[in-house]
Design a protein around this ligand. Structure first.
Ligand SMILES: *Cc1c(COP(=O)(O)O)cnc(C)c1O
Length: 396
């Protein structure tokens, strides 16, 4: 009965682990959840107030499918101020989350026979969104030694006449790696020479550490601006995951196609959330900085703690809110009759025996690692590390 597409699609593995952890929690098990990919902070009060005002004022009707002019203008102002990029209203579309922008972009750009280059470890939804649109993901491995950054040689070697686009994610989920300008320039050079369009997922732009500066690859040159779709949103920067507001900025024909697709599927993003998003982007930004400071403290603590555990090694991530330790030295070990053959076994072991939820690297295309989100309180981070330490002591 189901379509081939529906038969092939997998549920998001990160949401699946999260669901399992939440189910255990609901059953009364005290779980430390390093699985979640969302800030643990509440949405800033000024943003909530803007939503309440919108509601009271009756801003509860359809808006233009691609978002209100007010929000597009706030997005344009943000892109100019933060990224040095100028876009007009018809080069911007507002969607129901950045994930939706990425999906609409895949609908607008990909089809049968197209190849799309995805550096691994990758965010879980990229390959599936490509497959859902009948194109082929071409996975290019990056290495821990290179800081999980796509090297120009590896990128160029993957380009064929069928290559439609590259999906770039900096700072990265799951590795926490943020590209510096030089690394971006090398990628941009290949993209321009080999005529590859770039979809740049910059949802973690506000979360960079150790003096790293976020640069948008679209800002490197006029030519890159013409061949890049910048995707961003409010979920991670303003703790607004549930509000579902994301956006894309890029060439007019792509934006028009994405807007038309949206007009036939979801129509506009939630009207109240759009009003709140204007306040999030144009209002005071001190809560963004405060969240970053707290994430940074947890990052330092967690990475040091992971490196003190036997069998784990963790490079220091300079972005997002994930630690991505290498666990491959644990593979082959046992706890009783349980054998740890890879990252999924390890994740299940930690969940069932240490009451700690994390995501196996296999979900992101590299089973040597696991991903821990530190979007949970420092107290939980400390408790979780001790539980992992205890569980590791039982492995032999
Ligand atoms: C969270 C996340 C998104 C999606 O964010 P929404 O705006 O909530 O849809 C997109 N890309 C990456 C890499 C993410 O981690």
């Amino acid at each position: 009965m189901l379509s081939k597409r529906a038969r092939d699609v997998k549920p998001s593995p990160t949401l699946a682990i999260d669901a399992k952890a939440k189910a255990l929690k609901a059953a009364g098990v005290d779980i430390v959840n390093f699985g979640v990919g969302e800030p643990d902070f509440d949405t800033p009060e000024n943003v909530k107030d803007a939503a309440v005002r919108a509601l009271r004022e009756g801003f509860t009707k359809y808006t233009p499918a691609g978002g209100t002019d007010a929000l597009k203008d706030a997005i344009a102002a943000k892109l100019k101020k933060d990224n040095g990029l100028e876009y007009s209203r018809d080069e911007i579309v507002v969607s129901c989350g950045a994930k939706h922008s990425l999906y609409n972009a895949a609908q607008a750009l990909f089809g049968p026979g197209d190849e799309v280059i995805v550096p691994a470890p990758y965010w879980v939804s990229y390959p599936d969104q490509i497959l859902l649109n009948d194109a082929t993901p071409v996975i290019v491995k990056t290495s821990e030694a290179d800081g999980f950054v796509l090297l120009p040689e590896a990128f160029e070697a993957a380009v064929t006449p069928r290559t439609k686009a590259l999906i770039l994610n900096s700072p990265s989920n799951p590795t926490g790696s943020a590209y510096d300008r030089k690394a971006l320039e090398r990628v941009a050079d290949v993209a321009c020479r080999r005529n590859v369009f770039v979809i740049s997922d910059e949802i973690y732009e506000k979360l960079v550490y150790d003096g790293a500066e976020h640069a948008s690859i679209a800002s490197l040159s006029k030519e890159m601006r013409e061949r890049t779709l910048v995707v961003n949103g409010l979920s991670k920067s303003h703790a607004m995951t549930g509000w579902r507001i994301g956006y894309a900025a890029g060439p007019k024909p792509v934006i028009k196609a994405m807007t038309d697709i949206q007009s036939q599927s979801t129509s506009n993003p939630n009207s109240i959330a759009q009003k709140a998003a204007v306040e999030a982007l144009a209002g005071p930004q001190d809560s963004v900085a405060a969240m970053r400071t707290e994430f940074d403290a947890r990052r330092r603590f967690l990475v040091d703690a992971l490196n003190s555990l036997p069998g784990l090694s963790c490079r220091t991530p300079n972005g997002a809110f994930y630690a991505f330790p290498n666990c491959s030295r644990l593979y082959g070990k046992r706890a009783g009759d349980r054998k740890i053959a890879g990252s999924s076994d390890l994740a299940i072991y930690f969940l069932e025996e240490a009451r700690v939820a994390l995501v196996p690297g296999s979900a992101f295309g590299d089973g040597a690692f696991v991903r821990l989100s530190y979007a949970t309180s420092m107290e939980n981070v400390k408790k979780g590390v001790e539980r992992i330490r205890e569980a590791l002591s039982r492995l032999a």
